[in-house]
Design a protein around this ligand. Structure first.
Ligand code: MG
Length: 285
């Protein structure tokens, strides 16, 4: 019995000594690591100048980007986003005539109301935007009605005029430059990433507003990048002009910031979780 206790004590002591040695070693290693980390410069003042910039390579005086807290999971608004629709009301939206938007709000989504209700029409944002990142989720009706452009049609019209088409393009033949994620009447999407009718879908859109000179001549076209359900469908694609139907689009001078709008095309389309990050691609950092 005594031998067993002695043995057990000796094993415990050895373990304790080993643990202590490990802690001492680990603390010393941590200190070394901290020392090594401290030794890294936060930037440089003697590196070559970057071409066309006022900064050196790794310039220590170059402003650091502002901190943004990202959403916890995909689709959640980051800290600097303006929430345009969180499922509760249409306080950020209006009709074309400036009166309150009247689309149906239910169970966390908004829906294009039936024509006979008289409450439909395009829905405009009260706030105006130029360059921006837009997250928007949409759903075509689960019961398929109609075909081609008559089936689950809506649209996100950036600055009220540059459309990213919304359509039920799941096994629904229509012209290529009119299917979901197309720049309507101009550029088909790179691929058809559509989900089935009745399933929620996402657009993540990066939009660059066009610029005009005093005479109204375009000095920079509008550009758009679109991810449809996380799949790249438009890669910094320029617009030909203001979206139209059966016509070649042309630009017409407009203000630097404008409302974007959602199309009522007579189908009971739903939207939810809409947020915008205002951007300015001209600001140079
Ligand atoms: Mg449309």
């Amino acid at each position: 019995m005594k031998t067993r206790i002695a043995l057990s004590l000796s094993v415990s002591l050895s373990v304790a000594m080993l643990a202590a040695a490990f802690i001492v070693t680990a603390t010393a290693a941590d200190k070394d690591k901290k020392k090594a980390h401290k030794a890294h410069p936060t930037g440089y003042t003697d590196t070559p100048m970057l071409p066309g910039e006022k900064w050196r390579v790794h310039d220590d005086s170059r402003p650091r980007p502002k901190v943004v807290t990202a959403g916890k999971k995909y689709g959640e608004a980051p800290s600097d986003a303006i929430v345009m629709f969180d499922g509760s009301d249409l306080s950020q939206w209006k009709k074309d005539d400036g009166s309150a938007g009247e689309w149906i709000v239910k169970d966390g989504y908004m829906e294009v109301p039936p024509k006979k209700s008289g409450k439909g029409g395009y829905l405009f944002t009260k706030k105006e935007f130029g360059d921006m990142q837009l997250h928007i989720e949409w759903r075509t009706p689960d019961v398929v009605v109609g075909d081609s452009q008559g089936r689950g049609n809506s649209g996100v019209l950036l600055m009220g005029q540059y459309e990213v088409q919304v359509l039920d393009s799941f096994d629904n033949k229509t012209y290529a430059d009119g299917q979901a994620s197309s720049l309507y009447g101009w550029k088909p999407p790179l691929v058809n990433a559509s989900r089935k009718p009745g399933e929620w879908q996402t657009y993540d859109i990066i939009f660059e507003a066009p610029k005009f000179d005093d005479e109204g001549k375009v000095i920079k076209k509008a550009y758009v990048t679109v991810f449809h359900n996380g799949v790249l469908t438009q890669h910094r694609q320029s617009y030909l002009g203001r979206t139209g139907h059966k016509a070649v689009a042309v630009y017409k001078k407009h203000p630097a910031k404008m409302s974007f709008k959602l199309q009522d095309h007579g189908n009971p389309m739903r939207y939810r979780n809409i947020w915008v990050r205002e951007l300015d691609f001209d600001s140079n950092n």
